[in-house]
Write a protein that binds this ligand. Sequence first.
Ligand SMILES: C[S@@+](CC[C@H](N)C(=O)[O-])C[C@H]1O[C@@H](n2cnc3c(N)ncnc32)[C@H](O)[C@@H]1O
Length: 453
Amino acid sequence: MFAMMPLLQRPGSGLDVIRGGCLKLQVCRNLNQISTASLDSRTCMTCRREFSSRNQLMRHLQSLGHYGEQGEENLSGIKAAEEGDGAGKEKHEQSDFANRVRRKAWELYYQDLPKFEQIKELMQTFVPYCFRTVPTSPLASLALAKLQAETVVKRPVGLDESYCDCWALAENASEEGVWTHLQAAQESGAIQRQEAASMVPVMLLKVQPHHFVADLCAAPASKTLQLLDVMNPGVRTGEVPQGLLVVNDDNWGRCATALRRTHQHANSSHLMWLCGDAREFPTLHDHSDGRVRGARKIRFDRVLCDVPCSGDGRLRRSPSGWTSWHPRYMLQMHYVQSAILKRGLTILKPQGCLVYSTCSMSPIENEAVVAAALEKFGCQVRLVAVEQWSHAQGLSTWKVPAPDFQNFRSFSKEEVDEEHEELWCRNGGPLAPTMFPPKDPEVGTVGQLRVMH
Ligand SMILES: C[S@@+](CC[C@H](N)C(=O)[O-])C[C@H]1O[C@@H](n2cnc3c(N)ncnc32)[C@H](O)[C@@H]1O
């Protein structure tokens, strides 16, 4: 346990590093003291253009067919193969083969999903470039009007204006002028680039400006920025709003990038950054009444658990991501995700609301994690239906893949024997009973889960 007063961030006032047990808490208040993401990882190697974020660079690479760091492994292989370099060609063929095996493993695991053929087709399609206009920016409507004059900008599928000011560029918007304008609009704070799907968790939270909100896995802060916008609808710069946003991530490098982004926000005065493991998110105490001992524990009105995941949902956006995907990750992630969700529910106020989200389609990272939490917390928590949103019914049956993925096997709980248990142990940790569908559907109420795809 770690008790601390909520510190309000005031730009330029130094860096507090607080240690409690094995948890490092860093409340960062001066960005000059923090190294930011390297310029190389934001620069197009083909045209040498610099971007303000890596996401923007990836979008540029996709739209103009330039290759960057992400495609370098494959590109060097292709180039070497073209130039007759045997070793390079072999390397390229090996990575190509590994990608194909992983893709096959992915397909075989998910093939029983309802509408799998549709999902597969969707994975091959273009992800539109989406952005939000920033409500507090006086330049927002001007920037949008200018973009609309230059290209086709429309509402992304499934998100109309009643949700938020979210826009998507038409597929053919590859003109140089549009990208320059987008970059300028983003740098001026008029718009924020964010995928439509990434905006949904914050929208579901229905945050109010006076709320105490915890964002447990926050970097690189896309959703944090969205939360700040919702929490500061009409607040002037420098004014301290009533609510508090406590933001955490365990990766210091990603925190640094995220901090830089949030620091540029018009009003981040009620934002507190922590850098630690969300599974051990500290208990904060309210000392505003002057009491040191017996101070009230802070519970949050809203908690966002946008947890780390195996990320196969992101493969549509970046097909080169197959190299960093493996079925074993969905098993490894299950443990950390379950523990983060458990911590999130523990710090939630009665009547509060928590959103758990991943970029993965795996039931082991979604349905299984939520079912386990429902089982653990019993009648203390309930699922909230998201009827007004486009959603699919959650799965109530699924299998668990063998982590080596030899012969592309996956198992139901009944099919697992000692030999298989050992295989799992050798490849990433013991098998958790919670990875399988709960036996008693009443306990997990897993059949009622609402999953948005
Ligand atoms: C899906 S990303 C979060 C994206 C972020 N919410 C956004 O919208 O920009 C997951 C994040 O969890 C962080 N993470 C991984 N394990 C963690 C842990 N045990 N505790 C806290 N953060 C963790 C990773 O560093 C990563 O930044």
